[in-house]
Design a protein around this ligand. Structure first.
Ligand code: F6R
Length: 248
């Protein structure tokens, strides 16, 4: 697995933002749109901040960008403080010139019976738009990518999943207590992520060191879904030194 280690989160985030901006500019110059798969959480925040800065100060335009977010809690109202809709608006979309019609985030408001059809349509939309050019990932301490928790199948598609206990613990601060964290989420599948032409998984800080070691050097297994990335020719791990500190 290609692993690039930066001294700190700031440097790693700037490098990833540069990759995204470069892709957008290249494709825009060719008259093509860019289809991005996006993540939430603390990991990509500085990447989005740098993209916003480039939009404001250097004219980077998102007019030809189409986005698909990895996941959303279920159930979740889009205007709730903890929704991934709110997160994306606050950290990126409200500050750039993206067409709101080009933004896709799984819908946490659907009735349970409507979720399966929504998930199929989400996959279909990605395919019809030519597939994801670049998928950005973080990694959870369970080894999840998106919300593909341990036990997820390598060919899984977008679907409703049950969140792992550790994932709900890690989210409890955002929700003011674990009892308020939804038990489910809608997530792109591992198979969906795999179809992206490029995948960048980012991890910062010592807290991620042990799961990064398992993901990069561990045996491939459904117990650590991120190990499936070892099968991809198009993935790069971008780490800060503390997250990489357990790698041999
Ligand atoms: C978020 C997502 C998750 C996070 C992971 C790490 O959209 O899909 O897989 O990337 O839980 O979260 P942070 O970045 O908060 O450590």
């Amino acid at each position: 697995l290609p692993v690039t280690v930066y001294a700190n989160q700031q440097e790693g985030s700037l490098a990833v933002a540069q990759r995204i901006a470069g892709l957008i500019k290249d494709k825009t110059a060719k008259g093509e749109h860019t289809v991005l798969g996006l993540a939430t959480g603390v990991t990509p925040i500085q990447v989005y901040a740098e993209l916003v800065r480039q939009h404001r100060e250097e004219g980077l335009s998102f007019k030809n960008v189409i986005t698909f977010n990895l996941d959303e809690y279920y159930p979740m109202q889009p205007d709730a403080a903890q929704s991934y809709v709110t997160f994306m608006n606050e950290n990126l979309f409200a500050h750039v010139d993206i067409d709101p019609a080009n933004v896709h985030i799984p819908d946490g408001t659907l009735d349970q019976e409507a979720v399966a059809a929504f998930c199929l349509a989400y996959e279909k939309k990605i395919t019809e738009l030519g597939g994801l050019d670049l998928q950005i990932l973080g990694i959870g301490r369970t080894g999840h990518i998106g919300f593909n928790e341990p036990g997820s199948a390598p060919n899984s598609g977008t679907r409703l999943v049950t969140l792992d206990d550790l994932t709900r613990n890690d989210a409890s601060r955002d929700f003011g207590g674990k009892q308020n964290v939804p038990t489910k989420a809608i997530t792109m599948g591992i198979g969906t992520i795999f179809k992206a032409r490029e995948i960048i998984l980012m991890a910062w800080s010592q807290k991620k060191a042990s799961i990064i070691k398992k993901a990069v050097e561990g045996e491939m297994s459904g117990d650590v879904p991120a190990t499936y990335l070892q099968l991809s020719d198009n993935v790069e791990f971008v780490l800060d030194a503390p997250a990489a500190s357990s790698l041999t």
